[in-house]
Design a protein around this ligand. Structure first.
Ligand SMILES: Cc1ncc(COP(=O)(O)O)c(C=O)c1O
Length: 438
């Protein structure tokens, strides 16, 4: 494959990218192994973001690479509509085990966005199947990110993502976000203040009546808007209120699933059980696109009481693609064999200390950590939101570390296999970048 600069970069319309800026000054990755990328000039780039939060086991993990190679030669494609192949069933059983048998079933998609839209549709169809077809309203949260499908956009709470694409789904409300630096700056783990913000759900129930509300969807830890960690007890309170009112609770674990908090899922970390859970990214170690919706048994079973026939008119050509299933099975094996979760747990304290050592650096207004995630919030340049952090991103890349920025927040989420030496390298370089910010 081409390892040098492409002859032309004009035809690829890049996603979520300032295309003109990028093409004027491109950052091109050509290979990856373990904790590092290599760029087109042969420089090593330490991966501080696990790609896009999606490579928990590190890059080019040999077991996953060989599972993919083997499957693509054996069964390149097989439909899962009225057909099947063993790996899709094997993976589903293994996912149930990985999730501690808290769910009964799993539905495959190809991305986080598709997982979210699938879960929203399941919630609507579930209520209808049980004779509660008036439950059609969906509730998301400000600053939530649930992908880019119309369902996910509608429940998502990022103005910039939504503004050009209306009208979005009708009948959607948003809970307030929980980010409050006046009360919660420099937290390690869950902040103290803000549990009461879950009670806003009661207000929406009073307004619309529970009989009209299908589901609440939240990210346990909001990633895309800059690592917003839920206040202590907030998610438990949401669970209680959803249960009280017969509303389904959906956790969007697309970034928090597969070990990001050093537990199988964030649901385990916070000890809260959602009815539906959306996942993607780390599911296959990012190697082959795949998403999955985990469903409690009773939700699935409600569909099985319908007269004989197709129970859910929903699915994707590539749902349960054999090569993606092979990658996911191998990923779960690596999690077990290499004790990835225990390793992440071991690294947590060192990670947290390293992040908080940046306190007092120029323009840093907050540092927050949970699991192997960090948010570093910077003071914005007046009138130019996002410019300072984006400058940090470019400088960091030039210095050999990949970070991610959203607005003026730097979000870090390294592969879970990192060692102390990588943490030292990441924060050593980041400190230099922060010292020389515009
Ligand atoms: C919480 C959450 N949900 C959904 C998505 C969308 O996933 P995808 O980009 O695979 O469609 C993302 C992507 O970052 C995400 O962070």
């Amino acid at each position: 494959m081409n390892q040098s600069r492409p002859a032309s970069m004009s035809s690829f319309w890049m996603p979520f990218t300032n295309n003109r800026d990028f093409k004027a000054n491109p950052r091109l990755l050509v290979s990856a192994e373990g904790m590092y990328y290599k760029d087109v000039d042969g420089n090593s780039v330490l991966d501080g973001t696990a790609g896009l939060w999606c490579v928990p086991c590190g890059h080019a993990q040999p077991k996953i690479v060989s599972a993919v190679r083997e499957m693509v030669g054996q069964l390149d494609f097989a439909p899962t509509f009225q057909m099947g192949h063993p790996a899709a069933f094997d993976l589903a059983e293994q996912l149930m085990e990985y999730a501690g048998h808290k769910f009964g079933h799993v539905f495959y998609t190809n991305s986080g966005s598709e997982a979210v839209d699938t879960a929203l549709k399941m919630a609507l169809a579930y209520h209808r199947a049980r004779g509660e077809g008036t439950r059609t309203r969906l509730i998301g949260r400000e600053r939530g990110y649930h992908g880019v499908g119309f369902g996910g956009l509608s429940v998502g709470g990022i103005g910039g993502n939504r503004k050009s694409f209306g009208p979005l789904l009708p009948g959607v409300d948003h809970l307030p976000h929980t980010h409050d630096l006046d009360k919660n700056a420099y937290t390690r783990g869950e902040p103290e203040y803000g549990t009461h913000l879950a009670d806003e759900l009661e207000r929406l129930v009073t307004l619309h009546d529970a009989s009209n509300i299908a589901a609440v969807i939240v990210e346990p830890v909001a990633g895309s808007t800059g690592v917003l960690i839920p206040p202590k007890g907030y998610l438990k309170r949401l669970r209680e209120l959803c249960t009280k009112h017969g509303i389904l609770l959906i956790f969007d674990e697309v970034i928090t699933g597969f070990g990001r908090l050093a537990t199988p899922f964030a649901a385990d970390y916070f000890d809260v059980e959602p009815d539906l859970m959306t996942t993607a990214k780390g599911l296959t170690n990012g190697v082959i696109p795949m998403g999955a919706v985990f469903s409690k048994k009773h939700i699935h079973d409600a569909f099985m009481e319908a007269p004989a026939g197709i129970e859910l008119f929903h699915g994707y050509t590539y749902s349960g693609h054999p090569v993606a299933c092979a990658a996911a099975i191998a990923t779960l094996e690596v999690f077990k064999e290499q004790n990835i979760l225990a390793h992440a747990q071991e690294m947590q304290g060192y990670w947290e200390d390293a992040v908080h050592s940046l306190k007092g650096m120029p323009y840093v207004t907050d540092l927050r950590t949970i699991g192997l995630i960090a948010g570093i919030e910077l003071e914005s340049i007046p009138g130019k939101p996002g410019v300072r952090a984006f400058g940090a991103f470019k400088k960091a890349f030039a210095d050999g570390v990949l970070i991610r920025t959203t607005g003026d927040i730097i979000a870090l989420s390294p592969p879970l296999v990192l060692e102390k030496k990588h943490i030292d390298e990441l924060f050593g370089k980041l400190a230099t970048v922060l010292t020389h910010l515009d």
